[in-house]
Write a protein that binds this ligand. Structure first.
Ligand code: NAP
Length: 281
């Protein structure tokens, strides 16, 4: 028996599992499409129902794969996609959303994110997001790669406070947000979606992480995910197209790491001592 996946409540009241699923690098190659669809469907079965994609991934290919996976089970997913900043004018946002909806084969998104800041004024993008909400095309909207200054600016524009999440790079080896952005988001009850939660695999051979994982008969990826699951209002969204690794990621929820071992990991992956600019991948 596995522990249930804890939940996080979004500002609008939606309750979502705190462990989601990423799709970057999916939809790029027909030969891997079936494995990708199977992985998304297993993620839903395992309760990792926050499915994160973007118009950018595979140039729309990842959205098509997600659409294929959700064909007969749209309501099982909390569907998130992202708009590229250069499309995020008022009209461009409405148009890009409809294009994404077509590729995803659905009439609504659960969450629509501005992928990163670009040249279009925030108030224009926000106004379009609110219009999409009113029209029933999206249930909520949020941002990605926004640092504290960006969040403050967002909160200063009309309806900017309706932002539902901020999706940023966060993992054991990228802890900069713990200094200010994470506390800011927690204080304003804005969940943080942690992208690249296992640093795209690059931290998995770190000796201290391997050591702690062994002590729990767990894998380094599971410990890296447990580190994020431990934090209030944080939703890691690991990507995998491999069913075994997907099950492994799901089981990270069962880990109960001791304070002593968290201290070992703090020594190996120190938290920030001062402000660090938000990193992006
Ligand atoms: P990630 O989830 O940290 O790592 C994914 C990589 O790790 C893949 O190569 C995957 O390979 C491998 N992997 C997954 N689980 C594993 C495990 N248990 N053991 C060993 N290897 C494992 O990196 P990510 O894809 O960059 O980030 C996750 C999601 O965040 C993305 O897919 C995307 O949805 C989102 N994202 C958003 C932004 C943004 O700007 N908003 C930027 C980057 C990512 P296999 O598939 O072969 O298992």
């Amino acid at each position: 028996m596995h522990d249930a996946i804890p939940t996080v409540t979004l500002p609008g009241g939606a309750e979502v599992p705190s462990l989601g699923f990423g799709t970057w690098m999916m939809g790029e190659n027909r030969s891997t499409a079936k494995a990708e669809v199977d992985a998304i469907r297993l993620a839903l079965d395992l309760g990792m129902t926050v499915i994160d994609t973007a118009e950018m991934y595979g140039d729309g290919g990842a959205e098509r794969i997600v659409g294929e996976a959700l064909k007969d089970r749209r309501e099982d997913a909390f569907l998130v996609t992202k708009i590229l900043p250069w499309n995020a004018s008022y009209d461009g946002t409405i148009k890009a959303c409809h294009t994404s909806l077509d590729r995803l084969g659905t009439d609504h998104l659960d969450l629509y994110l501005l992928h990163w800041r670009g040249e279009h004024p925030l108030d224009e993008t926000v106004a379009a997001m609110e219009e999409l909400k009113t029209a029933g095309r999206i249930r909520a909207w949020g941002v990605s790669n926004f640092d504290v200054e960006d969040m403050e600016e967002l909160f200063s524009v009309a309806d900017g406070k309706n932002c539902a999440v901020n999706q940023v790079l966060y993992n054991l080896s990228r802890r900069g947000i713990e200094f200010d952005l994470l506390p800011w988001c927690q204080e304003h009850q804005i969940p943080v979606m942690a992208y690249s939660p296992i640093e795209q695999g690059r931290i998995l051979h770190h000796p201290e992480l391997v050591h702690v994982a062994k002590a729990y008969q767990a894998t380094p990826a599971q410990v890296a995910l447990a580190f994020l699951l431990e934090r209030e209002g944080v939703i890691p969204i690991p990507k995998t197209s491999n069913l075994r690794r997907l099950q492994e990621n799901r089981d990270a929820v069962d880990l109960d790491i001791s304070d002593e071992d968290w201290s070992r990991l703090d020594a190996a992956f120190p938290p920030p001592a001062r402000k660090m600019p938000l990193e992006m991948l």
